[in-house]
Design a protein around this ligand. Sequence first.
Ligand code: SF4
Length: 628
Amino acid sequence: MYGYHGKVLHIDLKEKKHWVEQKPEEWYKKYIGGVSMATRLCWENIKPGCDPYSPDNPVCIANGIFAGTPVPVGGKYGLASKSPMTGFIGDSLSGSWFSVALKRAGWDAVVIHDTSDTWVNVFIDDERVEFRDATSLLGKGTFETEEAIREQLHDDQVRSATIGPSGENMVRFANVTNDGRQAGRTGHGAVWGSKKLKAVSVRGTHGVAVADPDTLMKLSFNITREAQGPHTSKYRILGTSTNVLNMNKLGLLPTRNYREGVFEGAETVSGEYLHEHHNVKTIACAQCPIACEQMSVVKSGPYEGAMTGIEYECLFANGPNLGISDLDYVIKLISVADHSGMDAMSMGITISWAMETYERKIFTNEDFKCKSHPEGFPLNFGDGASAVSLAEMIRDREGIGALLSEGTRIASRTIDKERGTETWKWAMQSKGLEPAGYDARGLKTFALGSSVGTRGPCHNRSAAYDVDIQGVVDRFKVDETRGEHAKDAEEYAAVYDTLPLCKFIRRCFTGKADRAGAWPTIVQLINATTGWELKYEDIDAIGSRAVTIKKAFNIREGWKRADDALPWRWMHDPMTKGPSAGYVTTEEELEYMKDLYYKAKGWTNDGLIPKENLIQLGMEDVAEQIGV
Ligand code: SF4
């Protein structure tokens, strides 16, 4: 088989053994790689209904079809498990050298079963698997851990995916980091922590055979050349942080726990300001000619030297959303999250929930007692120093940090039970996951896309805001087109997440990012890599199948129509300022749009999947279990 090795590596942490599973080519044609293949492996290997922290919840890593080839931005892998945040599928992507090393080691995917009795670093050394004692790595941050493993193995080519102290402490939104990139959302780090899995390291020394190297080189060269031009300048020069001012202008920039969509301090936390005052360099994932990661540093003051990569989602969550207009604090907050291995989005939004709870006098200074502040501290919006202290308490699960480390859903439910309050109304979450940095009150299609997302509300899995923002539809009104738009947006994204290719390349094929602009080149890339003869319409099927396997997983875990919901605030609490003021998505509007979406998908009105729909996608075994 070209492009693949035809092998999945299974590892048992309890028994310290491994075995190889051969998969037929037809299986690869259906699930391709990335989040789709990783979810399929969850489907095959997880015990339905299990606790996400139990030994029955495996870690599934699936490489990309283009990892280790010349295809630009194709060095990516998917990571999936049952999410401790949502109880549904938790799927994330990460890029860079870890995926290349895994491909060169000869594995298309890895499934890690059960739980180790002691902390372990699994070392995949081509065909060999070694279980290394990880005790000496405990307490080390994510970047530090990668470096320490390279030193221990005396090989600077070894690549590792690791957890930091937050994962060890099972912060529910802990993440997994490799090469400075994060598989950030849905709590993979906590799952790894529950298994005492500190790191997976890989040394790969094999080549990657492709079917038609000449064609692949030519296509890759053309895409690389385009990626140096205007189609990617937004990402290359300022990175995604440029969204701060754009979202502010539209009244969509989440501000002070999503109460408003305009922030008076937006200028000083903008991508432009970041670039001028804090940027030290831009870096790239493996195989990437774009390089969007803006490495930023605090140059003076108490947090001098704090440095990490900054992009829009982490920036909004820890800047405007906390009422903070000083980038020194924002960079410090994101660096606490990145070095300790926490999802900076969920962390920022959990802190903003706590800030509002403090402002409403449900929390008091006493709630924030810790070793460094025995009397506690105030937690007002805009107070960057207090936000940093709280982030460190969450990382360490110290004091109230232990509760906040569970995320907004569990934290609000716990406080409401204890204190008879209704803090859940400003807990910004749906399915247990904190949402993206686009306020859905002013984006009706995105409201629908966020509510039906299989991993929770997510800009990466559904850019349904595109049609709202581009004016294809009236972003403040509901109409009968929204079901089709939401379906299209998520299936389009799912193609990129399955290959996976970074979506920032999407205009570099022909200048147009839509299906007609991108699919013909993507077909050629796949065929030149594998020797298959896929056609244009097969690319649509890849996206459709990827969403369907994730939805099927959720249905098997007990998903119901009511789970496709939105945060209460987006449905009942309009903003008072800016161009999106006065709007919410009402319950009637949401239910109407869900009807449209399920119809567009060919599902039942309850959101279940008919057997024939699954059989058409070649998923007969799934049809047997959850088809109706
Ligand atoms: S554009 Fe950015 S996120 Fe995408 S592959 Fe390149 S460096 Fe990574």
